[in-house]
Design a protein around this ligand. Structure first.
Ligand code: ATP
Length: 460
């Protein structure tokens, strides 16, 4: 693990962002729990996405169940084709993805399919990372299987959904009719998805249980390319504006050749420069008519939209935006993490979250625990708490309290001092610049909200 990643993982545990799941039993294979600050950050990211995607007249939200009729996954192509190519270490039985082994050996796998990757592994005579022989490459289905009801037979098999998209496709007509929507319109959903990933690594980046935020936008066939471009632009802006990710850390990756999924006409990923390398955070896909067409075929029910104007039935095309909430949280944490030397020998760790998604917005700090300062500070806390996530702290030297807030990314610290008692002002200290200014208590909410809206990442 890189030095930065080690520091970030350790900060996340120490400060209550992310804990290892069932740690007292040794943990479970890269499953993670969100602690008090982590869950707040995750919720803020999801809330920001939900607002951006559904607070508009052409997108509706749903929350579909994780377990679905097993035919769904036959129609979607997951039963047959949702697999990763893998090889096994003959001694330890550990499994590795072909593309990962090849990348580690310095091979550019862009556009390579299963056959080509298998041939390359053999040609290079690659061994497992432990130096042992490998088995022949094979495909490994990533869906978790379980059973419904008391009998474990083949008729009771169900899958934990590997993506949230299918819950949207099967509800396309329900939503359209209930909300009297016309094309183009979208359906959005946030929810858990499960993939039995062969290699899980890089903290929250690739896990077996994760959360997705997906939106399927249904359009008239022939209009898909226009909407594909529209959603690419919208989604990129959300990264820079809502999450505060500098454009210099983002890039586009276009899927070509064998990389393009069976359902996709075109696909672009938004990638982020993680401390461990460049990685996909969101995929924007032009899925054409594939999904609704397949559900018509497998369910025997028609999935067409009735166009009142032309009196014709149309099978819509779909543009999809698909992003991991957990992977975005990983991105936001990595993007925020910074170590700065303020003056010689004085190092601070600071999490530069966009204030709108920071877990705590404001810390309220009486300079000393006497002279009526805690009482005034508690009054400010009571005024602000209904509007903002605030944190009250009266323990320790003020400098140390500031640093504690920097480490968890609290954008503003309000300090109540002796001047407060005479003129009803407090100092407001900004996390990034560490600049302090006096502000009237009565103006605090407006000042804080105003500063949150104009915030920019120092590298933007
Ligand atoms: P990858 O190539 O990284 O496995 P993918 O192309 O399979 O990803 P999609 O199926 O397009 O990913 O899923 C959409 C989004 O869901 C991804 O961009 C990512 O943010 C998130 N995601 C997918 N798999 C995982 C995982 N195992 N852990 C965390 N997030 C994931």
């Amino acid at each position: 693990m890189s030095d930065t990643m080690e520091k970030l993982v350790s900060l996340c545990k120490r400060k209550g962002f992310i804990f290892q799941s069932s740690e007292i039993y040794g943990g479970l294979n890269r499953c993670w729990d969100y602690g008090p600050l982590g869950v707040e950050l995750l919720r803020n990211i999801k809330e920001s996405w939900w607002r951006a995607m559904t607070y508009r007249e052409d997108v509706e939200g749903i929350d579909a169940s994780i377990l679905m009729h097993p035919r769904t996954w036959e129609a979607s192509g997951h039963v047959e084709g949702f697999s990763d190519p893998l090889v096994e270490d003959r001694k330890t039985n550990e499994r590795f993805r072909l593309d990962h082994l090849l990348e580690e050996a310095g091979v550019d796998v862009t556009g390579m399919g299963f056959e080509e990757m298998s041939a390359k592994i053999l040609e290079l005579g690659l061994k497992s990372p432990k130096g042992n022989e490998l088995t022949n490459p094979r495909q490994f289905n990533l869906m978790f299987k379980t059973h419904v009801g008391p009998v474990e037979d083949s008729a009771s098999v169900v899958y934990l959904r590997p993506e949230t998209a299918q819950g949207i496709f099967v509800n396309f007509l329900n939503v359209q009719q209930a909300m009297r929507q016309k094309l183009p319109f979208g359906i959005a959903q946030i929810g858990k998805a499960f993939r039995n990933e062969i290699t899980t690594k890089n903290f929250l980046f690739r896990t077996r249980e994760f959360e997705q935020m997906e939106m399927q936008y249904f359009v008239m066939p022939g209009e898909d390319e226009k909407w594909f471009d529209y959603w690419r632009e919208q989604r990129y802006r959300w990264f820079t504006e809502a999450l505060g990710i500098p454009a210099s850390r983002l890039s586009w990756h276009e899927h070509v050749g064998a990389e393009l999924a069976h359902y996709a006409k075109a696909a672009f990923d938004i990638q982020f420069e993680f401390p461990f390398g460049t990685g996909e955070v969101e995929g924007i896909h032009n899925r054409g008519q594939f999904d609704l067409g397949r559900h018509e075929e497998y369910s025997g029910k028609q999935m067409k939209f009735f166009n009142e104007q032309t009196k014709e039935k149309v099978l819509p095309s779909v543009v999809e935006t698909s992003i991991g909430a957990s992977r975005s949280t990983m991105m936001v944490l990595a993007n925020a993490f910074a170590e700065e030397e303020i003056k010689e020998g004085d190092l601070r760790t600071v999490m530069r979250f966009h204030p709108r998604i920071a877990p705590l917005k404001v810390a309220i700090l009486p300079l000393v625990k006497r002279d009526g300062m805690p009482e005034v500070a508690r009054r400010i806390e009571a005024d602000l708490r209904p509007h903002l996530r605030v944190f009250y702290d009266e323990g320790g030297a003020i400098g140390r309290r500031y640093r504690r807030m920097d480490e968890v990314g609290t954008p503003f610290c309000l300090t109540v001092d002796s001047e407060t008692l005479t003129d009803d002002t407090v100092t407001i200290r900004e996390r990034d610049s560490m600049a302090q200014e006096r502000v009237k208590i009565a103006d605090l909410l407006g000042v804080i909200n105003g500063r949150m809206d104009i915030w920019k990442h120092p590298e933007s």
